[in-house]
Design a protein around this ligand. Structure first.
Ligand code: SAM
Length: 235
């Protein structure tokens, strides 16, 4: 998968050199490009923001540097030809659709994702409208709260999407037994020793009875989901 990120803080993404995603990059499974939005400015101060039309607090990201940067990324992919099949451009935004595990799974099958990290009060609306004339565009929220910028949201999305790309996580079975994969939260996990600080591992997990273990885990999943996230059980 090719991933391009547009940001005014490219150093945020240095962490993509380490751990499983770093290995995936070394193995050529993920090809990453990080673009500094300020490189597309023309003034001495490398300005990317300006005051909002209509008044109001804060600053808005100017369209010109975004247009120039995205033009470069999208034309390199040849997206003008058929934008239903070309890159998918994702702008993290608290006003977007909420990111979920099923969205991560869907996005893990894309060939080319482009992430545009907003800052300040966000990006001029025309950037979304203009980009949508030549690529698929989605506004995606990490949750119902407001971050200072899109970088943390993009890191979370890349991690969730990246680990679902075949070859990134060593044991693919570990991916299907996780929270949200079957609509429920995961059951509690234990490892050795069997007793620690007076706390014992549930005896069923030491029984060797696989059917009983599966039934216990299922019951724990349901109980935890009912208690912590009853909304997940709504039809
Ligand atoms: N004024 C915007 C609003 O009320 O919708 C919030 C702007 S926020 C301070 C700056 C940037 O952070 C946004 O453009 C977006 O890129 C990112 N951001 C903030 N909260 C987010 C969230 N919950 N999910 C995804 N991105 C978020």
């Amino acid at each position: 998968m090719r991933i391009d990120i547009v940001t005014i803080f490219p150093e945020f993404f240095d962490v993509l050199d380490i751990s499983l995603l770093g290995k995936a990059r070394q193995a050529g499974i993920i090809d990453l490009g990080v673009h500094n939005l300020r490189d597309a400015t023309t003034d001495r101060h490398r300005t990317v923001d300006d005051t909002p039309y209509g008044g109001g607090a804060g600053m808005v990201m100017k369209p010109e540097p975004w247009g120039k940067t995205l033009d470069g990324i999208l034309s390199a992919d040849g997206s003008d030809a058929d934008h239903e099949k070309g890159p998918l451009v994702i702008f993290p935004s608290p006003a977007g659709e909420v990111f979920t595990q099923s969205m991560a799974r869907e996005l893990s099958t894309e060939e080319h994702l482009v992430f545009g990290c907003g800052r300040y009060e966000g990006i001029d609306q025309r950037v979304f409208d203009d980009t949508a004339t030549r690529a698929r565009v989605r506004l995606v929220s990490l949750g119902d709260y407001v971050l200072n910028g899109g970088e943390v949201a993009v890191m979370a999305m890349i991690e969730a999407i990246g680990r679902l790309i075949p070859g990134v996580v060593g044991n693919p079975h570990s991916l299907v037994e996780e929270s949200h994969e079957d609509g429920l939260l995961e059951a509690p996990s234990y490892t050795k020793p069997a007793s620690w600080r007076g706390l014992d591992v549930p005896p069923v997990l030491l029984s060797g009875n696989h059917a009983a273990i599966a039934a216990w885990r299922r019951e724990q999943q349901l109980e935890r989901t009912r208690r912590v996230r009853p909304d997940l059980l709504q039809p």
